[in-house]
Design a binder for this molecule. Structure first.
Ligand code: NAD
Length: 500
């Protein structure tokens, strides 16, 4: 059985915990490898290695660090086919989507290539007589990222791209379900010229996560995953004196106003609800048509559209989406469908019995469509994270606005309309962190910033963009006085200095 090792200090590191997690091939249901699960002592070794690399890396000038990022970007692009194939084989997303996963990560690396500009700080000449004030952003030290299975390339790059470019050294604890791409990214970072120990990849489960959260030499932790664990990471990290940002789950709504371009809406909804088998935190699993006529038309057209979707193995270039990640996850999604039925929602299309000929043991699910879902239902309140679209009918714009605003999650939301005034009003008033106007998956570009509200994110800074730079640095502000003459001594002052 192939074993996936840690990557510490620029080299493959074989752990000795004797604990492993199986890595499945979701297309076939076979175990294709097993990944090591680190002990706290192994995590400590990685942190020490990162600590040893910190002085050299943080004192490397920003332009040189940016050159490593440029080279890393070139290498990732040169290895795109290999990375996408590796990603698709462990996650199950189709190859084109796997490439998108890598490319969205590279957007953040591109942002990190401009880090000298982002680190320039602020300067005030003459804040008082002979007094200048300036600020600088300094790296924190050893920092860590803990990532989910659903974007094994993009989310690690969101984190380490910015964290490393600003001068930190990094421990990545990727998902144990698809760990190969993160290791390969670690290797490419070293090949790009980062000194050994700048980017380390340590696999593991709760033991490894707790070792990060309690380690005195880890100064900041970025987490992306499900909300309960995000909340735990946030509390535990803060309790141990760390800076923490922890992104959680989601239940994004797509609001469809009566004047929306329905042809486009159907196309957008199919991709956003069922793409990547619905395993995206920015998927659109809830659609809210406003008014009966809109709802009836939308339902009828979705029912007609669903049979056109091709579910296939992740290497099939014609497949719209592949299998879900594990058998356990498929059972969980099927359980939510059953729950929806029990709660009285109308299951219009049932994808549970789908089986792909020749791949009967793969974790495939057909698309499912519910109508007449209501806000009281558990299956509406919770995240399903599978190829399931729920129609929640709203009688008015206000009712539609309140649904995502009052939902426990607040990651993304989209509105489909041709009415600019309604869209503008919606964007300003909705209680959600990222809004799309006729954009079904409103993931902001890398130089803006990504983050949800409510139970979708704990902490107060977002991923990437200038918010990322802020999260991964601390500000130092210097007040300097250079009097006109050496004879000009100021008297002792016993009151707080002012600039009067
Ligand atoms: P998950 O919470 O199961 O795992 C995330 C990470 O936490 C993994 O590295 C995992 O090893 C670790 N972990 C698992 N159990 C743990 C425990 N008991 N204690 C400590 N650490 C533990 O999430 P997942 O299933 O890998 O990913 C899917 C989830 O991530 C969904 O809820 C999705 O919405 C969310 N997500 C959110 C965003 C966002 O930006 N808000 C982006 C992508 C995914």
């Amino acid at each position: 059985m192939r074993e996936i090792n840690h990557f510490i200090g620029g080299a493959s590191f074989t752990g000795a915990s004797g604990r492993f997690s199986d890595v499945f091939n979701p297309n076939t249901g076979e175990v294709q490898a097993r990944v090591q699960l680190a002990t706290a002592a192994e995590m400590d070794r990685a942190v020490q290695t990162a600590q040893d690399a910190f002085d050299g890396w943080s004192s490397t000038n920003p332009q040189r660090r940016a050159r490593v990022m440029f080279e890393f970007k070139r290498l990732v692009e040169a290895n795109m086919d290999e990375l996408a194939a590796m990603l698709s084989a462990e996650h199950g997303k189709v190859i084109a989507d796997a490439k998108g996963d890598v490319m969205r990560g590279l957007d953040v690396i591109e942002f990190a290539c401009g880090i000298p500009h982002a680190l320039k700080g602020e300067y005030t000449w003459g804040a008082g007589p002979g007094i200048d004030v300036y600020s600088m952003r300094q790296p924190l030290g050893v920092v860590a990222g803990i990532t989910p299975f659903n974007f094994p390339a993009m989310i690690p790059m969101w984190m380490f791209g910015v964290a490393i470019a600003v001068g930190n050294t990094f421990i990545l604890k990727p998902s144990e379900r698809d760990p190969s791409v993160p290791v390969r990214l670690g290797e490419l970072m070293i090949e790009a010229g980062a000194p050994a120990g700048v980017l380390n990849v340590v696999h593991g489960d709760k033991t490894a996560v707790d070792a990060i959260l309690t380690h005195p030499k880890v100064h900041a932790v970025s987490f992306v995953g499900s909300s309960d664990i995000a909340h735990y990471v946030y509390q535990m990290g803060a309790q141990h004196g760390k800076r923490v940002q922890a992104m959680g789950g989601a239940k994004n709504h797509g609001i469809v106003l009566p004047d929306a371009d329905m042809d486009q809406v159907i196309k957008d909804l199919s991709g956003a609800a069922f793409g990547s088998a619905g395993e995206r935190c920015m998927a659109l699993p809830v659609v809210v048509p406003v008014g009966k006529r809109t709802a009836d038309e939308l339902r009828e057209r979705m029912v007609a559209e669903i049979p056109r979707l091709k579910v296939g193995v992740s290497t099939d270039p014609d497949a719209h989406y592949g299998p879900v990640v594990t058998a356990a996850h498929r059972a969980k999604v099927a359980g939510w469908i059953e729950k929806g039925v029990q709660e009285g929602a109308e299951l219009v299309v049932d994808g549970r019995d789908f089986s792909l000929q020749g791949h009967e043991n793969g974790y495939f699910m057909g698309p499912s469509l519910f109508d007449n879902v209501t806000p009281e239902m558990e299956s509406y309140k919770e995240e399903i994270f599978g190829p399931v679209l729920q129609i929640v009918r709203a009688a008015s714009f206000e009712e539609a606005l309140h649904l995502p605003s009052r939902h426990q999650y607040g990651n993304g939301v989209a509105i489909f309309t041709q009415n600019g005034r309604a869209a503008r009003d919606f964007a300003a008033r909705v209680n959600v962190g990222m809004v799309g106007i006729n954009v079904p998956i409103p993931v902001p570009v890398a130089y803006h910033t990504f983050g949800g509200w409510k139970r979708s994110a704990f902490g107060d800074t977002n991923q990437h963009g200038m918010e990322g730079v802020k999260f991964w640095t601390k500000v130092k502000t210097v007040t300097a006085r250079w009097p006109d003459s050496e004879l000009e001594h100021a008297d002792s002052s016993f009151v707080i200095p002012t600039m009067q």
